[in-house]
Ligand binder design. Structure first.
Ligand code: NAP
Length: 313
């Protein structure tokens, strides 16, 4: 039997609708809407699409949304100056710097940027202060993608207390904060990575699997325990027809979509997992839409916090 689909698109739409009146209420009290400032450096095709969706989603619920664009040749100092200007802005409550930064800025540029963002405006939850608060279970602004996963599981009525959760991936933006949030929900958490021994055996223990690896269809169906919940964070654009043909049978809607467009977005979990899992997030339409909805929620939270402490004019 096919797994229950955890519909991230529908949950994200509900969150946005909940935020709309709260944004209007903030604007009435503050005399201005919550403001999001996005810094985009260089010309990265995927980043252009992500940033456009974030700005549109923010404007759609009544937020102010501004783009600060830097050329691919911009220096790290210029990126830091853009962040400092948003730190000082009275009308911007949230700051987001889109990754990846241009290679010319150096290998440690992202860390330097996160170290510079005012933690009270850090709507991505990546600054050291907010990472520390998350670890102490007193986060105000936590990373959007893993917070979105928790929101999806909670609103789908899935109980995490005592559940054996296996998170595959240990990045600062997904894997590590995901593990921390699951721990705070009282799950028993194992974090896996590229050096984990016998990954299939570890995954087979899980009541909940969160895959955040970045490898198309890497998690095989026979790694999944029957009835387990599977959250697929992976977003992998596949252009190789052989890969698509291996994953999706002839005549299936996904294969037809590939034939039309020449590419397909595929998760980290093999689509056959739907025959084994109890519940599963689709890709696309699972975790992705929640990331943006939680960014909007963090922007409103930051705005409310700044208004409460008198920092907002
Ligand atoms: P990342 O920084 O590249 O981290 C990938 C993680 O996967 C690393 O910890 C790596 O282990 C682990 N890994 C790689 N190969 C592995 C293997 N063979 N076995 C076990 N673990 C392995 O990626 P990320 O930024 O966390 O993103 C992960 C995926 O989520 C990507 O597809 C990304 O596009 C997607 N994503 C989606 C959203 C969304 O909104 N839907 C948001 C963010 C990211 P090591 O640490 O040992 O190298």
């Amino acid at each position: 039997m096919a797994a229950r689909v955890l519909d991230g698109t529908a949950v994200a739409a509900r969150i946005r609708e909940e935020l709309r009146p709260a944004v209007a209420d903030f604007a009435a009290r503050a005399g201005r809407p919550p403001g999001l400032g996005v810094v985009l450096a260089g010309e990265h095709a995927a980043s252009e699409i992500y940033v456009a969706s974030k700005l549109k989603a923010a404007a759609d619920i009544g937020c102010r949304a501004d783009l600060v664009r830097l050329p691919a040749s911009a220096t790290l100092d210029e990126a830091l100056a853009a962040v400092r200007s948003l730190n000082d802005s009275a009308v911007h409550d949230g700051i987001l710097v889109q990754s990846p930064l241009p290679e010319g800025m150096g290998a440690t540029a992202e860390q330097a940027v996160f170290d510079t963002i005012d933690p009270s405006k850090d709507v991505d939850g990546f600054t050291p202060v907010n990472v520390g608060r998350l670890s102490q279970n007193r986060a105000v602004l936590a990373p959007c993608t893993p917070t979105g996963v928790i929101e999806l599981l909670r609103r789908s009525g899935l109980d995490l207390v005592g559940a054996r959760a296996v998170v595959i991936g240990r990045s600062d933006i997904v894997g590590k904060p995901m593990a921390m949030l699951l721990l705070h929900q009282h799950a028993t958490v194992t974090i896996c990575h590229s050096r984990t021994r016998d990954l299939p055996a570890v995954v087979r223990q899980a009541d909940l699997v969160v895959a955040a690896i970045g490898r198309p269809a890497f998690i095989e169906p026979d790694w999944i325990r029957t009835g387990a919940t599977v959250v697929d964070v992976g977003t992998n654009r596949v252009t190789d027809a052989a890969v698509v043909h291996r994953l999706f049978p002839e005549g299936s809607p996904r294969r037809a979509a590939f034939e039309r467009r020449g590419s397909l977005v595929v998760g980290d979990v093999h689509p056959g997992a739907t025959e084994v899992a109890g519940a599963l997030t689709p890709v696309p339409g699972g975790v992705g839409p929640l990331t943006i909805a939680l960014l909007l929620r963090n922007t409103l939270t930051a705005a409310e916090q700044r208004l409460a402490c008198g920092a907002s004019r």
